[in-house]
Design a protein around this ligand. Structure first.
Ligand SMILES: Nc1ncnc2c1ncn2[C@@H]1O[C@H](COP(=O)(O)OP(=O)(O)O)[C@@H](O)[C@H]1O
Ligand SMILES: [Mg+2]
Length: 457
């Protein structure tokens, strides 16, 4: 069988036929834009229905955006119509052809008690979720500053802006699933001790410069003078003030022209001392920055708890919550997992390059009959149950949590248990565009790239 609308045979038709008709094998289809991947997925869907392997309500088709999901459903609708599969057409409105988020939400709506959530939960879309988070931040910040302003004012003193801190809070919230994995930060360097030593060293060098340098315009002389004054000013300041001075102002540089010093030796000596200081302070600053950031992150993690509590109180779930909760539901309660496995027989995923680890885990939890303690990519997949379609070089990973590692481990897992298929023939672009794309991306993306060839009619 060929794709229902195929008016001519592409060179790689045999591969396409396998992807459509072999329902006992799991496949990962990798190909560039316009090669007919989405059509292939739709054709497999229709073949599953036609051969009565499953009904429309038992086949889960996932894609990345609402718009793509709508288009996919329309394409499946037209293929079903061509085949005159009336009852499947009839069921199609209830068929789970959607984004992974909508699919996750449907699992939760069916089992809210098991998932531990409000059965009437409100789904926050991207904009609503952002607004909610901002409102929460303002409220949280006001009370956090009243309770314990230390970490905030320390970070501001060290040069971070209000918006840096807010961005950090939001980034932390976006990565709330991995907060527990953040490694501990180093303790703060002892500022009193450090400045006692810096004072001694700066006085010694300042003495040397005033005795030995014969030209106060000398850059070495000026460096020492600046260093000496900054250290002296900072000694009188609070610990926070010292940290600020260290990070923003104290920056000794080895300079100096021997001709402007009474003895070349003295010039060399101060330069060596300034070099040693610069190296040592660079390390201290690094530790200090890490410790300030660590303290700030610890402080901001309370914001994450605050948003979580507010969402729970008001029965709201954002996109990530849908995924986390669905994943946890399937992972925690084997009965629920087998219930959904009986309910959903096949999983076809388009634009799989944009998947993130939690989304992949949800799919694997449903596609495997033995999800164990190992990483999901090591779980056995039931024959034919999973069909992934993607284009590694189109990935917008980094956008949200998707990353290329997830795509690679998922497709490698599928290829190991089934087969990796590649299709080349493009139906969309003219010859010159294709040549340009091959020439440009081939060398850059290397093994991730499979060249396109044009369909000739
Ligand atoms: N086997 C085929 N024969 C002819 N045209 C096809 C075939 N498969 C897909 N097309 C057409 O090529 C275009 C791109 O297909 P699509 O499935 O959206 O590709 P992709 O998902 O890889 O970007 C569409 O206009 C589609 O109708
Ligand atoms: Mg497509």
């Amino acid at each position: 069988m060929t794709a229902p609308h195929a008016p001519f045979l592409p060179a790689d038709q045999a591969t396409r036929d396998r992807a459509i008709t072999d329902h006992a094998t799991v496949f990962s289809v990798e190909a560039g834009a316009g090669t007919g991947k989405t059509s292939l997925l739709a054709a497999r869907y229709v073949a599953l229905v036609e051969q009565q392997r499953a009904s429309s309500t038992q086949i889960v088709a996932i894609t990345f955006t609402e718009k793509a999901a709508w288009e996919l459903k329309e394409r499946i609708r037209s293929f079903l119509a061509e085949k005159k599969l009336a009852s499947a057409l009839h069921e199609l409105d209830r068929a789970p052809i959607s984004t992974i988020h909508a699919f996750a939400a449907s699992l939760l709506r069916e089992r809210p008690i098991d998932a531990g959530i409000d059965p009437n939960f409100e789904q926050l879309d991207g904009i609503a979720a952002d607004l909610f988070r901002r409102k929460c931040y303002d409220r949280w910040l006001a009370q956090a500053l009243e309770k314990n302003p230390g970490p905030f004012s320390r970070a501001i003193a060290a040069g971070l802006s209000f918006s840096h801190i807010q961005e950090t809070a939001f980034a932390l919230y976006d990565h709330r699933d991995v907060i527990a994995q953040i490694p501990p930060f180093p303790p703060s360097p002892d500022m009193e001790n450090l400045f006692r030593e810096l004072a001694a060293e700066s006085e010694r060098l300042w003495g040397l410069a005033t005795r030995e340098c014969v030209d106060t315009e000398d850059e070495g002389y000026r460096q020492i003078e600046r260093f000496y004054r900054e250290v002296r000013a900072a000694r009188a300041a609070s610990v926070e003030g010292k940290e600020r001075a260290l990070l923003l102002r104290i920056d000794p540089k080895p300079k100096g022209n021997q001709k402007r010093w009474a003895r070349a030796d003295a010039c060399r000596e101060q330069r060596a001392a300034m070099t040693a200081l610069a190296g040592r302070l660079e390390k201290t600053k690094e530790t200090l920055r890490e410790s300030i950031a660590g303290e700030l992150i610890g402080w901001l993690s309370d914001f994450v708890l605050f948003v979580e509590a507010e969402k729970r109180r008001s029965g709201k779930l954002d996109f990530d919550d849908l995924l986390f909760l669905a994943r946890d539901l399937l992972k925690r309660i084997p009965d629920v997992r087998s219930y959904f496995q009986r309910r959903y027989r096949y999983f076809l995923v388009d634009e799989f390059q944009d998947t993130d680890p939690v989304q992949a885990e949800i799919l694997w939890l449903l596609a495997s009959d033995a999800p164990g303690a190992a990483h999901w990519s090591a779980w056995p997949i039931k024959p034919g149950v999973l069909f992934l379609v993607g284009d590694g070089k189109q990935s917008i990973y980094r956008f949200r949590r998707a990353d290329i590692d997830t795509y690679t481990s998922a497709t490698t897992s599928v290829a190991g248990q089934g087969e990796r298929l590649t299709i080349h023939q493009s139906f969309r672009s003219g010859k010159s565009v294709i040549e340009w794309v091959n020439l440009t991306f081939g060398p850059i993306l290397k093994e991730m790239y499979s060249p396109l060839i044009r369909a000739t009619r």
